[in-house]
Design a protein around this ligand. Structure first.
Ligand code: WT7
Length: 648
């Protein structure tokens, strides 16, 4: 019988004795101890968890000059050495990465630490031969294949800054990010498999680099091994063959930029979130270790794509920093059937499984029979991330995947925080559906009202983080100080980091209610209302648009667009136009941002100052009585929109 890691006591789940025994952390004391002196606490974690070439001076362990702050200032290290070199003595032949391709007839690839080390060194030399230097930005536009981890690690070996762009993003989205980062080198692939079909990346990469500073594109041949490249395009495989086996690791400062990753804010333009090296590494290492309790034989599978922060920290860096084994899977969860994920867990003895509520809800819909086909005895810990997990999904996850024996660690964090920050630790508990838990030891969050005062118990307010700020927290917005200040610090006068999430206290634990800004979470992905509106407005036929999220059973939220066309003619081909708009969004942003529904309206409800009242549109979609029509310049628009949405 597989071990039971949780027990129910008066209706609530707690870690069992077996879990307490294997847990790195199993006493609440850790919170108190960390809170006494968070800087000392983190310094100790940084020192014991990582390999430093030079230690920082004690007085520089944490330097704060709000809204900026630095951890371990003056400390020197190389990130790839921490993920690879230091494991070569005792883990050289252990699997570092297990890659599962989507096609069932293709063999999985296992890379040991020694093999991964060699490939990373070679590719670091390739990058150097292409003129990449410390501090240069390298674009990475790759599917979930081992070369993605190799490319990222190679950047860190030479101190280059990687900027990974999700492979399902459009050419336009990639172009905007390459331009903003002024990348001179891009690493991409000819394509990948998705739902049994070949998806092209080559054409998208070609289109994206036009008008950017990209001089060389290294192409991984994922689909066609014999593909020939020319001009700016070079073959990854060919370059690797000729590259030397060893690349001396570039020493960097703890506070040097390690990577940037773009994410949506409230404006139309994505922001380049800056993560530094030492602070990020410290938080990545310890959150992975303590949240998921990785032990030597464990295999961790975080299902996120490397295009997202979760893929950076928990599908790549966290497990590798810990000398653990990370599993990555190229394809869709339900290909060729809805049991693919469970089959992978069984086949590779996955012990830690980390995914998003939206995926769980998809499997709920597919039915339990798909799970029942496979033994999931290897599992120890389940994780959830990306959006609040509803009680129904939580219960299903626990019962069907965790078989009532594995704890669910619901982790709250953001692209900006680099690593998890609010969750329950597996050896401590309690595990309560919809409750994320407590601030990670050595960090602290408050819930404030509009005036910056702590809210009363049970009242919802703004979730903020207080000083000292977590080591993994962002170090700015790439080349945009103003945006950094305005987005994260202004609301509470530079005193607190503003998460833009709402929350309330529940029995001393934090319950997250969701975004308080114009950002929605679509299938766990972040999408700004303004970003989608900009994309739609850019269409030749559109005059203006307004986007609002509506709840969706599987995806959590989906965007609905209200569009005013340029032509004043009555719309008699709405279905065709809707398709046209959706196609346009696919092209501008990518299919993950595609609106679920497009309504064509004559006019949008606006205030005297011209502000679009999205709240009223939301009311209409939710069949609620819209309030505040008095403030509109065009109250008559509301009735007309209601008719279009609900028909009379
Ligand atoms: C936003 C950040 C965290 C990495 C993946 C998403 C929401 C995330 C939870 C959770 C409730 C959550 C928040 C946050 N969120 N995890 N466990 N419970 N909400 O990163 O794309 O930067 O999105 O996701 O609203 O602000 P992201």
């Amino acid at each position: 019988m597989p071990e039971k890691y949780i027990v129910k006591k008066s209706g609530v789940y707690w870690p069992s004795k077996a879990m307490k025994e294997i847990a790195y952390v199993n006493s609440e004391e850790i919170y108190k101890e960390a809170a006494k002196d968070p800087v000392k606490f983190w310094s100790n974690l940084a020192e014991t968890g990582l390999l430093w070439e030079k230690k920082w001076e004690d007085k520089n362990a944490y330097v704060e000059k709000r809204p900026y702050f630095w951890w371990f200032k003056g400390g020197k290290l190389n990130f790839s050495v921490n993920c690879l070199d230091r494991h070569l003595d005792d883990r050289a032949d252990k699997d570092a990465v297990i890659w599962v391709p989507e096609p069932l007839d293709e063999k999985p690839v296992k890379l040991t630490y020694k093999e991964l080390y060699k490939k990373v060194n070679k590719f670091a030399n390739v990058l150097k031969s292409l003129g990449v230097k410390k501090g240069d930005v390298v674009g990475i536009y790759l599917p979930l294949i081992p070369e993605a981890s190799i490319a990222m690690l190679a950047c860190t070996r030479i101190g280059a800054i990687h900027s990974v762009v999700f492979s399902a993003f459009s050419a336009d989205a990639l172009k905007a990010r390459l331009k903003d980062g002024k990348a001179k080198v891009l690493i991409s692939a000819d394509g990948y498999y998705r739902r049994g079909k070949k998806e092209d990346l080559f054409e998208k990469a070609k289109k994206a680099i036009k008008g950017t500073r990209v001089k060389k594109v290294v192409m991984v041949s994922r689909l066609n091994k014999n593909r020939k490249y020319s001009g700016k395009f070079l073959s990854f495989e060919k370059l690797m063959k000729d590259a030397p086996d060893y690349c001396h690791p570039q020493t960097v400062n703890s506070e040097d930029i390690m990577f940037i990753l773009y994410t949506s804010g409230t404006t139309g333009k994505p922001k380049g979130i800056i993560h530094d090296t030492g602070g990020y590494a410290t938080q990545a290492y310890w959150t992975t270790k303590w949240n998921f309790n990785l032990r030597d034989k464990d295999v961790m599978w975080c299902t996120a794509d490397i295009g997202w922060i979760t893929g950076h920290t928990y599908a790549t860096y966290g497990p590798l920093l810990n000398g653990s084994t990370t599993l990555i899977y190229e394809g869709t969860p339900d290909f060729p059937r809805p049991d693919r994920w469970w089959k992978i867990i069984e086949e590779f003895d996955v012990s830690v499984f980390y995914t998003a509520p939206t995926a769980i809800r998809m499997f709920m819909k597919a039915g339990e029979k798909w799970v029942k086909k496979h033994k999931l005895n290897s599992l120890k810990i389940l994780g959830s991330v990306g959006e609040p997990i509803d009680e129904e999904a939580w219960e299903w996850y626990l019962k069907n995947i965790g078989k009532g024996r594995c704890p669910i660690i619901d982790t709250w964090w953001q692209t900006e925080t680099g690593g998890t920050l609010i969750n329950v630790l597996p050896g401590i508990g309690p595990f309560i559906p919809t409750v994320a838990g407590r601030s990670f030891p050595g960090t602290s969050h408050l819930i404030l009202d509009d005036s910056g005062k702590p809210v009363k118990k049970g009242k919802t307010g703004f979730l903020v983080q207080e000083s000292p700020f977590a080591p993994g927290l962002l170090h700015g917005v790439y080349k945009n100080h103003k945006k950094y200040v305005k987005t994260y610090w202004k609301k509470f006068n530079n005193k607190y980091y503003d998460t833009s999430d709402g929350a309330y206290w529940y029995k001393g634990l934090l319950r997250i209610t969701g975004r308080t800004d114009d950002v929605m979470k679509v299938a766990g992905h972040r999408l700004a209302t303004a970003e989608l509106e900009n994309a739609i407005d850019d269409s030749k036929i559109v005059n203006e648009s307004a986007v609002v999220p509506i709840p969706d059973k599987i995806r959590g939220q989906v965007p609905v667009a209200f569009v005013v066309l340029k032509s004043k003619e009555p719309v008699d081909n709405a279905a065709d136009l809707e398709k046209q708009i959706k196609k346009h969004v696919d092209k501008k942003l990518g299919p993950t941002s595609r609106p679920a529904r497009v309504y064509f309206v004559e006019d949008l409800p606006k205030t005297r100052s011209g502000k679009i009242m999205r709240r009223i549109l939301k009311n209409i979609l939710n069949k609620e009585e819209p309030k505040g029509l008095m403030t509109l310049v065009n109250p008559q628009s509301v009735e007309k929109i209601r008719k279009i949405v609900w028909g009379n």
